[in-house]
Design a protein around this ligand. Structure first.
Ligand code: ADP
Ligand code: MG
Length: 238
């Protein structure tokens, strides 16, 4: 596990600045939700932390190490996306193990980690199935298993539940919460869904047009919204 620090982080695409002076410290083991409307810069911020997008300005530290110039594979991070692309020709077991095989983890260690993740995510009876034989929620759990076996210091989620129907979203939300309670891995979770933010977060960061509008616990944000935008976005009384 590890703390994450963003120092005056900025991102420009051409002349347009889409992330503007992003400052945030995420404590070791904390679950932070980045919440804001579509286009406000959530994914770009997450992708800079993951190393999938260059930084225009500023610094990112993971566990006190400056990671600006580190390759994504060197950052000890695992990311779960909204479109959880599984390999259709591989079994659930092979899908979960794939990333580990690529990085040269020993066979018996891979087997141990896959078993642990499958047990925790209740995928054990499904290990020999192909993705097309799974429900949407089960596929999402496989994607989480794939992230989990890498034993990352930081979990990143980018709108992981937005392709699921409302009922499934509720149960997956509960599973993500349980997973975090069990593993305690530092997590940055991106969503535009207020309910997800309120139920999952230790702290919520409200983003608008690339600016942080407010950082606080769900209770603080709901009871003392910093401005009208936050109040109306979160559905709190003004
Ligand atoms: P969010 O995830 O909050 O919906 P994004 O981080 O994806 O927002 O995007 C923030 C802004 O940056 C948007 O206006 C988007 O159009 C723009 N943007 C994202 N990626 C690129 C890119 N590769 N080139 C140019 N503009 C981009
Ligand atoms: Mg996005």
């Amino acid at each position: 596990m590890a703390a994450v620090t963003f120092n005056n982080l900025k991102k420009r695409f051409g002349k347009t600045e889409v992330v503007k002076s992003f400052d945030l410290h995420i404590n070791d083991g904390e679950f932070v939700v980045l919440l804001g409307p579509s286009g406000c810069g959530k994914s770009t911020t997450l992708r800079m932390l993951a190393g999938l997008e260059d930084i225009s300005d500023g610094e990112i530290f993971i566990a006190d190490e400056l990671v600006n110039d580190l390759h994504p594979m060197e950052r000890n991070i695992a990311m779960v996306f909204q479109s959880y692309a599984l390999y259709p020709h591989m079994s659930v077991e092979q899908n979960i193990a794939f990333g580990l095989k690529m990085t040269g983890v020993a066979k018996d260690e891979i087997a141990k980690r896959v078993k642990y993740a499958a047990d925790m995510l209740e995928l054990t009876p499904l290990l020999q199935r192909k993705p097309k034989e799974l429900s949407g929620g089960q596929r999402q759990r496989v994607a989480m298993g794939r992230a989990m076996v890498r034993t990352p210091e930081v979990f990143l989620f980018d709108e992981p539940l937005s392709n699921l129907d409302a009922k499934l979203r509720g149960s997956m939300r509960a599973e993500i919460k349980t997973l975090h309670d069990k593993l305690g891995t530092t997590t940055l979770y991106v969503t535009h869904d207020q309910v997800e933010a309120m139920t999952l977060a230790d702290r919520i960061v409200i983003l608008k047009d690339g600016y942080i509008e407010q950082v606080g616990t769900p209770k603080q944000i709901f009871e003392e919204p910093a401005n009208k935008f936050v109040a109306s976005f979160i559905g709190a009384p003004e």
